[in-house]
Design a binder for this molecule. Structure first.
Ligand code: GTP
Ligand code: MG
Length: 212
């Protein structure tokens, strides 16, 4: 039996997320804000791949979330692709003050379609929303794009912390809901199959009894 401090395995759900988006949109900053509540004005571009983890409670379960942080720079793309397949959720990011990074979203989506699991859930994030005076993409425009690609959309600021937990935990919630749904569909199908076998066995018995 597990102690109250140590949740049982059934109560623990491990999820894997991935950050994607062009260089300097704030991928590392967002997940560092989320995992450690820290922000650095000057940070280094990610080399290769990095990750952060966070453990928290949701729906009476302990969630162990591992977020792989990819590098936006072109030369690391190949390496990042190896991490797409296992991602339950993908944080697809751009910078609201950098139009180029918004234009890149379409290419990132193609990358995801080609390399990620069909089951992965995407969330579009417009980061650096503290830079409102430098905004180059309206919220409405981004919402429209997100809708078209069947993603939810959040604006965040890794700098102030605005909406950071909300965005990531929204994606956790969406992934969990989808997993639960899949689990219940599998359970229902299994029950239907078992019921069909029971009926078939009953009919066979009836036939046997009638013939003698
Ligand atoms: P790569 O690792 O090269 O792909 O970049 P990245 O997307 O991880 O960006 P990173 O987190 O390194 O941030 C780039 C720069 O933007 C840093 O100087 C951060 O301090 C800054 N930055 C990140 N998030 C925000 C934000 O929400 N607001 C503002 N004003 N600056 C931010
Ligand atoms: Mg980075």
């Amino acid at each position: 039996m597990s102690s109250p401090e140590q949740p049982s395995m059934e109560q623990t759900i491990s999820l894997t997320f991935l950050t994607l988006g062009s260089s300097t949109v704030g991928k590392s900053s967002l997940i560092t804000r989320y995992a450690k509540n820290i922000f650095r004005e000057s940070s280094y571009s990610t080399v290769g791949i990095d990750y952060q983890t966070k453990t928290f409670s949701m729906f009476d379960r302990t969630i162990v979330l591992k977020i792989y942080d990819t590098a936006g720079q072109e030369r690391f793309r190949g390496l990042a692709r190896a991490y797409y397949k296992n991602a339950d959720g993908i944080l697809l990011m751009y910078n609201i003050a950098d139009r180029g990074s918004y234009n890149d979203v379409e290419n990132w989506r193609k990358e995801i379609k080609e390399n990620a699991s069909k089951k992965a859930i995407l969330l579009l994030i417009g980061n650096k929303c503290d830079l409102e005076e430098k905004r180059k993409t309206s919220k409405e425009e981004a919402e429209k794009l997100a809708k078209e690609y069947e993603m939810d959309y959040f604006e965040t600021s890794a700098k102030t912390g605005y909406n950071v937990n909300e965005a990531i935990e929204h994606l956790v919630e969406t992934v969990l809901k989808k997993k639960e749904l899949i689990t219940s569909i599998i359970k229902k199908k299994k029950e239907e199959k078992e019921e069909a076998i029971r009926i078939e066995e009953m009919n066979q018995k009836k036939k046997k009894n009638n013939c003698c």
